[in-house]
Design a protein around this ligand. Structure first.
Ligand code: DGL
Length: 271
C-alpha cells in the first residue's frame, strides 16, 4: 500500500550531480535522455581535479563540502557521477545528509554482474583501482566473473586539458589499453566518467562496442529508484545549472564534446 502511494507522488526539487570536472557530463548526457523532466544542478570540482590521485582524506573533504553546498540548494538527491568518490567516500558519507546519495559503481555493479561474461576489464583512476570497489561489488552478485583492473594515470588530465589528439597523449592511452587487451577481457568498463571522451582514441585498437559506459545503466537505475521512492519530477522543464570551483571557460571548452553548456557556469569557492 505504502509503495503504491509512493509511486504516485512527485518531488519537483532538483537533483545534485557532481564530478571532479567535465567527466560527469558524459553521465548527465544519459540522464537528460532518461529523465527529461528533472532539473539538475551540476558541480564540477575543477580546482581539485584529478581526484584519482588524491588521498581518501582529501576526497572526503571535497565531497563533504559539495554535499553541504547541495544542502543549501534543497536538492532531493545527489548523483555521485564520479567513480573515484563513489569508491573512496560513499561508505563514509552515505548517511550524513538530508538527501539520498547515488554512487555510480555500487548502483551499476549488479547490472554488470548479471551479464554473461567470464572476464571483464575495468579501466579507472588509480584511487578507484586501489580501492578494488568494482571487483568487490561485482563479486557480491557474480563471484564467477573474473575482473581485471587497470589504473590509467594522466587520462583525466588529457581530457580536462583537451589534449586527446596529441601524440604524447596517444602514447599514454595506447600503452595502458594494450596492457588491458593483453588480458583478453570480453568487455572493458570505462570506470571513470572522463574516459568516454577518449573513445575515438581507444577504438583505434579494438572495437568500440567492446567498451561499456556504465552511465547508461546508472541513469536507468536512478529512474527506477526515484519512481519507487515517489521522487520523480513531473512537469519540470528539465533545466540545468552549472557550478565549478575554477576556470569556468575551460570547463565549457573541454566539455563541449559531450555537452552543449548553454548557461555560464558559476564560479564557487568552497574552501
Ligand atoms: N571522473 C572521475 C571518476 O569517474 C574522477 C577523475 C579524476 O578527477 O581523477 O573517477
Amino acid at each position: 500500500m505504502e509503495n503504491n502511494e509512493n509511486m504516485n507522488s512527485i518531488d519537483n526539487r532538483p537533483i545534485g550531480f557532481f564530478d571532479s570536472g567535465v567527466g560527469g557530463l558524459t553521465v548527465l548526457d544519459k540522464f537528460k535522455k532518461v529523465l527529461p523532466e528533472e532539473n539538475f544542478l551540476y558541480f564540477g570540482d575543477t580546482k581539485h581535479m584529478p581526484y584519482g590521485e588524491k588521498s581518501e582524506e582529501e576526497l572526503i573533504n571535497f565531497a563533504d563540502k559539495i554535499f553541504k553546498f547541495f544542502e543549501t540548494k534543497n536538492v532531493k538527491a545527489v548523483v555521485m557521477a564520479c567513480n573515484t568518490t563513489s569508491a573512496v567516500t560513499y561508505e563514509k558519507l552515505k548517511n550524513q545528509y538530508n538527501f539520498k546519495i547515488y554512487p555510480i559503481i555500487q548502483s551499476v555493479a549488479k547490472i554488470l554482474a548479471s551479464e554473461n561474461y567470464s572476464r571483464i576489464g575495468i579501466l579507472a583512476t588509480p584511487a578507484t583501482i586501489n580501492s578494488h570497489v568494482y571487483k568487490k561489488e561485482i563479486a557480491k552478485y557474480n563471484p564467477n566473473m573474473e575482473v581485471v583492473e587497470m589504473a590509467c594515470p594522466e587520462w583525466v588530465k588529457i581530457v580536462e586539458e583537451g589534449r586527446e589528439k596529441d601524440e604524447e597523449s596517444e602514447k599514454f592511452i595506447s600503452s595502458r589499453l594494450a596492457k588491458m587487451l593483453w588480458w583478453g577481457p570480453e568487455k572493458i568498463v570505462l570506470g571513470c566518467t572522463h574516459y568516454p571522451y577518449l573513445l575515438q582514441n581507444l577504438s583505434k585498437y579494438t572495437e568500440r562496442n567492446r567498451f561499456i559506459d556504465p552511465s547508461i545503466h546508472f541513469a536507468q537505475y536512478i529512474k527506477d529508484d526515484l519512481t519507487k521512492c515517489g521522487k520523480l519530477s513531473s512537469g519540470n522543464k528539465g533545466t540545468e545549472e552549472f557550478f565549478v570551483s575554477s576556470s569556468p571557460e575551460n570547463f565549457v571548452n573541454a566539455g563541449k564534446m559531450f555537452y552543449n553548456i548553454k548557461t555560464s557556469p558559476e564560479l564557487i569557492n568552497l574552501d
